[in-house]
Ligand binder design. Structure first.
Ligand SMILES: [Zn+2]
Length: 453
């Protein structure tokens, strides 16, 4: 018989959840019960004097009668609250199954999700990452006392194990947009519009106005009262944080003019900008010119190179510092917050370096393309390089040691050169290779001199 995890994966897939959704849900179930449907909450084993097996057996045969009200977590999802345990017990009895039966619990879980968590189910069908699915279950379905970052990461990591093991080989088949593999820290902000409208074709660099870490920036964006976020952040130490996945729109470049009126540039508002842009907040000083550390600058460059590599809508960076080109991404695909709001963002330090940033990012992209081309050496490329090398060998450089022999060969007509001259001398291509055809010609001429041909 298949393992519990295989059976659970197959069951949830058969219900129409996508791979990310199933993995995110399973990671949470693992955290609750290690996927053991007979799991009795550890602390109650001693308190009630039961093991997983004896508790299950006693509920099944009716000798234990306080299942509903004992407040002990039980089963795959560690159902604890009395009304949920009551429903589980009724469901098992109606099905004529043991309270610890895996298939019965999966049916019950599915019924619970359908009855009370339609929004969660929708997300699990369309999730675009394990983390997204896992957090949805954590916050809205399991709701344990501790929902902190370490718990979020732990559960998503459990889910990732199932994803890597069972997801279809075209991983990412479900996702249109990816996230940066350079991310050191993730804390998804509630301040976002999901999904973003349209393609990514722009980047917008912002300054934080504070020499923060990616963790402290994440904590700021985690507050919905803040009403702000960015896709990525770069900390003062150059580490990279993600707060809004690339598939979603961050709330980053919006604002008003100094009279409080909305601003549109070529019909594009700051929030329109965020629908098409990947927004990056960089830790900076709190005063003019809002300088950033060398480490943060380097982190920003690395992140931008990665963004250009992954997003077909931004193959390289273009910057002309011309506000009137907003929206014309074939000419300029970098924008700045100061165009959309009465703000100095990204600060003069970064603003004045936009040309240099674009240049360095493009230089690294070109260098990587060259490297890749070297890997893809083909016959045509080899021929071209071989001819190039022969041209170098033909520049008539010859060693002093062969001087007498060369003079003799020329005076006897053994070697005549290729018809061109170098510094007034016939080009005899001294360092080039000799073909069999040339070899036999030289021999023939030698034989003629000797009167043998
Ligand atoms: Zn800004």
């Amino acid at each position: 018989m298949a393992s519990n995890e295989q059976r659970i994966w197959n069951y949830l897939k058969s219900k129409g959840l996508n791979d990310f959704g199933v993995a995110g849900l399973m990671g949470n179930l693992y955290a609750e019960s290690a996927l053991n449907p007979k799991n009795l909450q550890q602390t109650f084993e001693k308190k009630l004097g039961y093991t997983d097996a004896t508790y299950t057996e006693s509920v099944d045969n009716g000798t234990y009668t306080n299942f509903v009200k004992d407040s002990a977590g039980y089963g795959l999802a560690q159902w604890t609250y009395w009304s949920r345990k009551q429903n589980l017990l009724n469901f098992a009895q109606a099905a004529g199954k043991s309270i610890g039966d895996l298939d019965m619990q999966l049916d019950f879980l599915w019924k619970e999700l359908n009855d009370g968590y339609r929004g969660v189910l929708d997300l699990l069908r369309n999730a675009t990452s394990v983390l997204e699915a896992s957090n949805e279950i954590l916050f809205k379905f399991e709701r344990p006392a501790n929902q902190g970052i370490s718990v979020q990461e732990k559960r998503a990591n459990y889910g990732q194990v199932y994803f890597d093991k069972y997801a279809s080989t075209e991983k990412g088949g479900d996702v249109a947009m990816s996230n940066s593999p350079l991310v050191d820290y993730t804390l998804i902000s509630p301040n976002k519009t999901s999904p973003r409208r349209g393609e990514i074709d722009t980047v917008t660099i912002h300054c934080v106005v504070g020499q923060c870490t990616v963790e402290s920036l994440g904590a700021l964006f985690a507050k919905s009262s803040r009403g702000a976020s960015s896709n990525y952040g770069v900390g003062k130490d150059g580490r990279i944080g993600m707060y809004v996945e690339e598939k979603d729109r961050a709330w980053c470049s919006g604002g008003k003019d100094k009279n409080g009126n909305p601003i549109r540039v070529n019909g594009i508002s700051g929030s329109d900008n965020d629908h098409r842009a990947i927004t990056i907040e960089v830790a900076s000083d709190t005063t003019h010119p809002y300088a950033v550390t060398d480490a943060a600058y380097e982190g920003l460059i690395r992140l931008l190179v990665d963004i250009c590599k992954r997003n077909p809508g931004i193959k390289r960076l273009r910057w002309l510092g011309d506000k009137s080109l907003v929206g014309e991404t074939d000419k300029q695909n970098m924008t700045v917050h100061r165009w959309f709001a009465y703000k100095s963002c990204p600060g003069d330090y970064l603003y004045e370096r936009h040309s240099a940033i674009a240049e360095e990012v493009n230089r690294r992209l070109d260098a990587e393309i060259l490297e890749t081309e070297d890997d893809d050496m083909d016959a045509a490329k080899f021929k071209e390089m071989w001819l190039e090398m022969r041209k170098e060998l033909q520049d008539n450089d010859a060693g002093q040691w062969s001087e007498a022999a060369r003079a003799w060969a020329i005076s006897n007509g053994l070697i005549n050169g290729n018809g061109s001259t170098v510094d007034g001398e016939p080009n005899c291509m001294w360092a080039d290779v000799l073909t069999r055809e040339q070899f036999i010609t030289v021999l023939y001429r030698f034989a003629q001199i000797m009167g043998k041909a």
